[in-house]
Design a protein around this ligand. Structure first.
Ligand SMILES: [Zn+2]
Length: 93
């Protein structure tokens, strides 16, 4: 089975000092042992908030962390960040 990669995904895509990320730090930094059921292509952090030209990597996530990533991303966008999702989350099944 594929294991959820939330810790690598959050390190790649989420600005560590932003409030929505700080609020969920425990859940985002965790080494999750759940089975990954979703895949997401995430843009990395670049200098600007818009993430233009940032490297895109694909990660697999469990259902809970896929939802959490979507939620944190929405809050970051409200704070003026470009979305982290280079491509919409898709189900692996
Ligand atoms: Zn997970």
């Amino acid at each position: 089975m594929l294991q959820c990669q939330i810790d690598s995904a959050s390190r790649h895509a989420l600005p560590p000092t932003a409030m929505p990320v700080q609020d969920r730090k425990m859940s985002l930094d965790t080494a999750c042992r759940e089975e990954a059921t979703y895949s997401a292509k995430l843009g990395g952090l670049s200098k600007g908030h818009d993430r233009k030209g940032s490297p895109v990597r694909e990660f697999v996530l469990c259902e809970n962390h896929s939802q959490l990533m979507t939620q944190v991303d929405r809050e970051l966008m409200e704070d003026g960040w470009g979305t982290a999702f280079a491509e919409k989350t898709r189900s692996l099944s």
